[in-house]
Ligand binder design. Sequence first.
Ligand code: ATP
Ligand code: MG
Length: 183
Amino acid sequence: MKELSLNILDIANNSVKAKASKIEICVTESKKDDFVSVDIADNGCGMDEQMLLRVIDPFVTTRTTRKVGLGIPLLRQQAIDTDGHFDISSKPSKGTKVHADFRLTHLDRPPIGDIASTVVSLIFASPDIRYIYKHKTDSGSFMLDTDQVKEQLGDIPLNEPEVITWLTEYINENLQCIEGGKI
Ligand SMILES: Nc1ncnc2c1ncn2[C@@H]1O[C@H](COP(=O)(O)OP(=O)(O)OP(=O)(O)O)[C@@H](O)[C@H]1O
Ligand SMILES: [Mg+2]
């Protein structure tokens, strides 16, 4: 079973490939309402309606190394299989939004995985992209905005090893505070 954090990595990498300069990742866990949801929004090249209709089909891809794209169809199937929902909307040259939610207590619901590593590896790979990561639980929420981090860092690059370590710890500590990332 694929972890949700790896799905987030796949979907956000689509946004990177779509030349987004801003990518928002929002994870919501609710034990109270029995769901976990993932929202990823970018301001990349987007897709027209025809492409959007085809994109949930696993045999559609614009990549040339392999003939099938799997990121979107897999996430969609996982959400549907756990009594959840999947939604994708997109506008050419405006961007794309992907939503997936899962029933938290469904036996087949994938584990959340290592969210901090996912977010940090995305930032490390493309430090020029503005990442906004929000995480909500029943006990609270927190946000990481790489533009704010950059402001604090001044001349130090975002993908400096010390910064990466600090970011990972920062996310994990905040997750702990809101009792998130453990499902
Ligand atoms: N955020 C996005 N913005 C623009 N186009 C997108 C976006 N996400 C997906 N697409 C388009 O949909 C296609 C299918 O995406 P999908 O993730 O399913 O497969 P892939 O990225 O082609 O291959 P894989 O994820 O297996 O490496 C992509 O090739 C791309 O053309
Ligand atoms: Mg992909």
